[in-house]
Write a protein that binds this ligand. Sequence first.
Ligand code: LLP
Length: 430
Amino acid sequence: MDSFEYRNNRLHCENVLLSDVAQEFGTPTYVYSRDAIELAYLEYANALEGRDAMVCYAIKANSNIAVLNILARLGAGFDVVSQGELERVLKAGARAERVVFSGVSKQSVEIRYALQVGIHCFNIESEAELERVNQVAAELSVQAPISFRINPNVDAGTHPYISTGLKENKFGIDIDEAQRIYAHAASLEHVNIIGMDCHIGSQLTEIAPFMDAMDKLLILIDDLQEQGISIQHLDLGGGLGVCYTDEVPPSAGDYIAAVLEKMADRDLKLIFEPGRSIVANAGVLLTEVEYLKHNATKNFAIVDAAMNDMLRPSLYSAYLEIVPLTLQDAAAVSEVKDATKGESLGRLYDVVGPVCESGDFLGKDRQLNIQAGDLLAVCSAGAYGFTMSSNYNTRTRAAEVMIDDNQMFEIRTRETVADLMRGEKLLPKG
Ligand code: LLP
């Protein structure tokens, strides 16, 4: 059974009617399937069965603590990029020694906190950051476990905003500089070199760029070994794409099989940092049509979700399917059609939100047969949906609901306007 499917023309998540979720919690609301999250994680874990490996879910994709907790219970590790994310995973029940800390700029306080809780590894992205980590570890009289994020200069063939492995990107250490920097790190007293990592981009739909990056990293690992620097783990980052419309990305199983083939007889621990491929298709965003508006050239469906709830279409021109919660059955459609001379079979709509920006859209030119008051689901919204949402236009952020079989759990209450104004202050009188 797919986690989201129509039965009797009504869209379900597992064994819950999505219109019941909207009824209970209002809209806009993010809805996730526990089953879909678990299956996606287990595809990685099972493919790595019997290997020394960690699947460190990149929590930036979806950091609700209920999501993290589900994964922690399955034994997942986590990839975090801030102290806030580290605090979240610990609160959700993760073990610090299964956490890697990525990101291009870690502050001293964050490094100190991560050392105190005992994370697995810092993925370091520059020489300056190396010095900082060494310094903070010295203050605590400890050794920081480190890896360098290598920029292998490969083209991930994805959207420029989410491509990270090219020389012109801000990320990682230039592969040509890597040997020198590793040697320098080996001379520092308060860091302990344990790994090498890369992350070449997101929403990759081919295996080849991963393999190119891996080839380059394996050569570097061998060169370092000759210099007397031994690498215990190779972290290949995240980046595996998902199907939003008609993409056919490799499955996690196929991707890992290709990686394992290259590893042959090497005794390296493997780490992966998948984000999107664990949660994207495990979530939808429910929204209600507020108004239909027609002008000379366009039809607009104005819905109650907006770019502040789901930024991906505005920021990356990302395409997300938008579907009605209730399908009109063929008989009903033809009746309506007769009654209204064909118009109600649907029109092409731009699905837009209430935010005061022309860039505020969730989808363009979508064939929909809808009326005000209808409910829609924005699909594949489980990754980089809620986590990228904002309060622009003083809009409260959506509720989040987890479905587990026939049960629904509110895992985040919708914000109130009072929540938004907390901490703001008027100037004194006069
Ligand atoms: N590891 C590192 C170091 C990363 O920077 C990222 C994502 C991941 C892992 C997880 O990558 P994934 O498996 O999710 O592709 N907001 C964009 C995606 C930005 C990805 C940033 N880094 C979007 O909505 O498409």
